[in-house]
Design a protein around this ligand. Structure first.
Ligand code: FPP
Length: 257
């Protein structure tokens, strides 16, 4: 592609310029999903507590948002806290919940400046009230924005989401407003918390783990997967461009020839 002045300014390095020029603007992913992994190991390698790694991870989140804004990406979904993360030590869980509140109250102005709309997926009822309020405020304050949609997966689990969707469908059948013949792949998509959001084209997982860990299981049927050993706090704009170049080498056939 022919990078714009604004893209060159944001992506900065010579490494980035070469990669931007190599990318095809017509076949960038419309929806990028990320499993941000490796904060704990990054902190441990520096002899610091795990929360130090999560705080450093916020910088990478900011870089992904700004990069997606520059590239004109439609949707960015980040796995911020899974349904299973509650089993971590209490101190770490409450630290992450507090970090959300701090980051959101600080970043909401920037999100609005960047025309980013925030959406949440997951079970929000179990979150501490202050965390819930911070997210609710951020969603309400950015609701009218028309640029990048940032989907934050929070206390999210794909199996739980499928269970909720199935329960809702079963209840409608019981009530007579739906028949079993009405059930299609699209109808199930429409009952998930990701309803209305196109399926991810590209999923990135950092830190060397190569599994989906209960993230967007239904939505990733034809998603291109990218695994890198880089730990999340070290995954920045240059690394995103490398990942996008890999995406553009893929031949997406969706089960066809
Ligand atoms: C995974 O690393 C990371 C998390 C469970 C938390 C991620 C949260 C953030 C980066 C903050 C995001 C902020 C906003 C505003 C959404 P890990 O702890 O599993 O690392 P490890 O595998 O090395 O232990």
């Amino acid at each position: 592609m022919n990078p714009t002045a604004s893209q060159l300014e944001w992506f900065e390095s010579d490494h980035a310029r070469a990669r931007l020029e190599a990318l095809d603007a017509q076949s960038l992913p419309q929806h990028i999903a990320i499993i941000m992994d490796g904060n704990g190991r990054w902190a441990r390698a520096k002899g610091k507590p795990r929360l130090f790694g999560h705080k450093a991870g916020v910088k990478s989140v900011r870089e992904m948002i700004a990069s997606c804004v520059e590239l004109g990406t439609g949707y960015l979904t980040i796995y911020s806290f899974s349904s299973e993360n509650w089993t971590r030590p209490e101190e770490e869980v409450s630290g992450i919940m507090k970090l959300f509140v701090e980051v959101l109250s600080r970043e909401v102005v920037n999100l609005n400046k960047q025309n980013v709309r925030v959406k949440l997926i997951g079970d929000l009822d179990d979150l501490p009230q202050s965390t819930r309020e911070a997210f609710d405020n951020c969603v309400a304050s950015t609701a009218e924005n028309t640029g990048l949609t940032l989907v934050v997966a929070l206390n999210y689990g794909a199996r739980q989401d499928l269970v909720h969707a199935t329960e809702a469908i079963a209840a409608d059948i019981k009530a007579g407003s739906l028949t079993p013949e009405d059930i299609t792949a699209q109808l199930i998509s429409d009952r998930l918390s990701t309803a209305g959001i196109p399926d991810p084209d590209f999923l990135i997982r950092t830190s060397g783990e190569t599994r989906l860990s209960n993230f967007l299981l239904y939505e990733t049927a034809y998603t291109e997967l990218y695994f890198t050993d880089i730990l999340w706090p070290d995954f920045g704009r240059d690394q995103l461009l490398d990942a996008l170049l890999s995406f553009q080498t893929r031949d997406r056939r969706y089960g066809g020839l």
